[in-house]
Design a protein around this ligand. Structure first.
Ligand code: FMN
Length: 262
């Protein structure tokens, strides 16, 4: 791309970082139906998760967590337990309360503009006790995991989609967060896109601290090939303003870390 084209693209993209002041009537104001709080499960293989985290959380000292948190890319071969994975899912998208009779909203362990929570959580699992390698999807409303499918040559394909970051492809578990923009656009129209990107940071920040507190390390991942990553998850991600449009916005690897190596 030549310099002028890059400048034009940058100018266009910077606008998404600003508050949009145009007066748009939202679908909520038009009293159109509210989109679902999360995607419904599609698999008959659901895995129950625990909310009893006393046994898994080893470090509750917040000051200590602030001081030790770094992006960790070197993991041991040790598997996570299902209890530890339950905690990480809870910490990043766990639903604490469902409010509202007709127009429902969720309050979760992370903040989100207008409690829209426009995300879905997918996992590439390599090493979690009792779970086979493959692609999984978190069901926050039920606090369950569903097994979606095995991915042939998972390590190679994930490595390719995530720009050759082999530590990510081989980590015990990878979190991949998608956004369904309409969940927020229903209320915020042209401000929803900025809010979603801001909100995504909250998920990963909680993952960093939750990982640290259970003897794991995490690394946020923004480098990936959009089409390949969306393709691995089987998403309807072509450019569109459709209500079911969904695509990857952020990811993070997690694994046990060797304390001696820190
Ligand atoms: C939005 C975002 C995207 C990132 N993408 C990657 C990535 O693709 N690969 C990687 O190795 N680290 C990635 N990182 C980690 C940063 O490189 C790291 O946070 C930074 O170097 C500061 O180090 P620290 O987290 O240890 O404080 C990303 C972090 C953020 C917040």
């Amino acid at each position: 791309m030549n310099k002028d084209k890059i400048k034009a693209k940058i100018t266009e993209l910077r606008e998404i970082m600003k508050a949009q002041n145009e007066d748009y009537t939202s679908d909520q104001e038009l009293r159109l139906p509210q989109p679902p709080l999360n995607k419904a499960g599609v698999s008959n293989r659901k895995i129950a998760l625990t909310k009893d985290f006393d046994a898994v959380v080893k470090n509750n000292n917040f000051l200590n967590l602030l001081n030790t948190r770094t992006s960790k890319r070197k993991y041991t071969e040790e598997a996570l337990t299902i209890g530890e994975l339950s905690f990480l899912l809870w910490a990043t998208q766990g639903v604490k309360q469902i409010v509202g009779k007709e127009r429902k909203a969720t309050f979760r362990t992370v903040p989100s503009a207008g409690a829209r929570h426009p995300f879905e959580t997918y996992l590439f699992i390599n090493r979690v006790e009792g779970l086979e390698q493959g692609l999984y999807h978190y069901l926050p409303l039920e606090h369950k995991l569903e097994y979606l499918k095995a991915i042939e040559d998972q390590t190679e394909k994930v490595n390719e989609a995530f720009c050759g970051q082999i530590f990510f492809a081989t980590a015990a578990v990878d979190f991949v967060w998608t956004v369904i923009p309409y969940r927020s656009e229903w209320r915020y129209t042209v401000n929803a896109q900025k809010y979603a990107l801001v909100d995504a940071g909250h998920l990963c920040q909680n993952l960093y601290f939750a990982s640290e507190s259970i003897g794991c390390g995490a690394c946020g991942i923004g480098a990936y090939e959009q089409d390949l990553a969306d393709g691995l998850l089987g998403l309807n991600s072509a450019p569109s303003s459709a209500e079911d449009n969904e695509f990857v916005v952020y990811a993070a690897s997690v694994g046990k870390v060797d304390k001696k190596e820190e």
